[in-house]
Design a protein around this ligand. Sequence first.
Ligand code: F6R
Length: 271
Amino acid sequence: MNVVIRDTYEEMSKVAAGIIAGFVRAKPNCVIGLATGSTPIGTYRELIRMHKEEGLDFSQVRTFNLDEYLGLGMDLDKPYHLDQSYARFMYEELFKHINIPKENTLVPDGLAQDPQAYCQWYEEQIAAAGGIDIQVLGIGGDGHWGFNEPGSSLASRTRVVALTQKTLDDNYESFYKNAGFSRDEMPKFAITMGIGTILEARNAIMLANGAHKAGIVAKAIEGPVIAQITATAMHLYRGEMTIILDKAAASKLENIDHYLHVERAMRELHK
Ligand code: F6R
């Protein structure tokens, strides 16, 4: 596990975008796992800049999103703030600005007729694409990856889950409230890739910023591994996971000096 700490959100986002762009350049038809939420917005903006100014080419890239609220699907007839689907988020924050074909982007369908069967189908699509080359993750206030809420099995697969009160509160404050929705109007269920699904990605990066994430980030990175904080599954990951933090999100790490030392040492090694 690599822990990379940058002073600002902008610098952190550039590191993350640089890693993703490296995959796109090395393997133009790579498969990327994507997250929504406020954390990766800076990363997506940087990828959009790279596409527009440097010609970063997404024409063969395929993407799979981590999750979607049950009951929501993209509705382009609505203004963005009234369409809180994650499919719309991805369209507005990334897809519509780059040259990725629509059919190459898969966000779980919150309107699926048979959500359980759909989850199985989603897993099959990831497998048929050859698996995920690079998975982008955030971390929830309760330590979740995707919508794998506390207590989720660390071997779980794509499925329908009930959201915790903490997640409902966090997402209400970050998104729904500003759009004028009442708490009752928020979906209480979601489809999410499982922790087991996420752990199968060949590479992964986890991003976190802000002092409000510092406590949970420290618990996730410095263990112990527990199902109550599903992001602690990072310690079961077989590949090399890179955790990219801004200074504020890193502020409660006990071993911060060690992570800074390792990053400097690795930079020397690769000079
Ligand atoms: C969203 C997702 C979630 C978020 C997490 C953090 O697709 O997978 O796990 O990464 O809830 O959300 P923000 O970035 O809004 O703090």
